[in-house]
Design a protein around this ligand. Structure first.
Ligand code: CP
Ligand code: NVA
Length: 305
């Protein structure tokens, strides 16, 4: 069974095939061509945490492919409370063709995948956000940027989004400099995995060092969903890590600014940078739609568009 729980579930060749498929699906949508390669197929969406982009892009993506999506909040189905996670997975596997799940614990998406008998997509766990990383690197790829010839800098928390970017950067040969406060570096296991894939990872606590010479600066919230209890200590720790005009000034002229969104304006990023001419955050957001349609087709064996 094919799942997308981690970027490490994909090979470099599969990622490049997904990019080509994403581009074709995007062009097709823009041309108003509404084929229905997933007619009669269904996606179940399980969300333990809030979402704008992930929910809308999966639901709309299924509509655009001719299929249907069913949204299930964790409270509604009582995931692991009213019913065990394996039992939820076994039942869903009898009704729908594929599941996408946003969970607090990465182990929950793994348990769903182990028992569903259908493909499972990680829609953000505490460890990874693979759909985001695919849309992000596609956003650079569609602009004609060669992943092997650019330098990426991550500024802020070494979190779930950073982990998937690290793994995808490794697969595609993009050097990635990560600047985090001490104690907030990416998970050592993910770092090791990225390096084993040939990744060139540079870790620093100095945001300027990471930004210097970068073609792309990426940041994310300092307080991810589930970390609200650490708010005060995190705001203190991350003070020097704001992506503002000064930090952007150390990157290459015209460097792109990325953020997975939602943004906490005035914390990790300033309005001037987020809304400025170098920001591609809405392209990233738009591309979630098409990248996930490519993932759905890939996992459901309908990738010949
Ligand atoms: N970037 C992202 O996954 O956004 P949502 O949390 O709104 O889904
Ligand atoms: N790191 C953020 C990403 C949200 C898309 C979080 O986990 O809340």
């Amino acid at each position: 069974m094919n799942h997308l729980l981690s970027i490490a579930d994909l090979s470099r060749e599969e990622v490049l095939r997904l990019f080509r498929l994403t581009a074709a699906l995007k062009a097709r949508q823009k041309a108003g061509d509404r084929g229905a390669p997933l007619a009669g197929r269904s996606l179940a969406l399980i969300f333990e945490k809030p979402s704008l982009r992930t929910r809308v892009t999966f639901e709309v993506g299924m509509v655009q492919l001719g299929g249907a999506a069913v949204y299930l909040s964790a409270q509604e189905i009582g995931l692991g409370v009213r019913e065990s996670i394996p039992d939820v997975a076994r039942n869903l596997g009898r009704w729908v063709d594929i599941v996408a799940a946003r969970t607090f614990r990465h182990a929950t998406v793994e348990t769903l995948a182990a028992h569903a008998a259908i493909p499972v997509i990680n829609g953000l766990s505490d460890v990874e956000h693979p759909c985001q990383a695919l849309a992000d690197f596609f956003t650079l790829w569609e602009r004609g940027m060669d992943p092997g010839r650019i330098r990426l800098a991550w500024i802020g928390d070494g979190n779930n989004v950073c982990h998937s970017l690290l793994l995808l950067a490794a697969l595609l040969g993009t050097p990635l400099a990560v600047a985090t406060p001490p104690g907030y570096a990416p998970d050592p296991g993910i770092q090791a995995r990225a390096r084993a894939l040939g990744g060139r990872v540079m870790l620093t606590t100095d945001p300027r060092e990471a930004a210097e010479g970068a073609d792309v600066l990426y940041t994310d919230v300092w307080i991810s969903v589930g970390q609200e209890g650490e708010r005060e200590q995190r705001l203190e720790a991350f003070q020097r890590y704001q992506l503002n005009d000064r930090l952007l000034g150390f990157a290459r002229p015209g460097a792109l600014v990325m953020h997975c969104l939602p943004a906490h304006r005035g914390e990790e990023v300033t309005d001037s940078v987020l809304d400025g001419p170098q920001s591609v955050v809405l392209d990233q957001s738009e591309n979630r739609l098409h990248a996930q349609k490519a993932v759905l087709l890939h996992l459901l064996g309908g990738g010949d568009v």
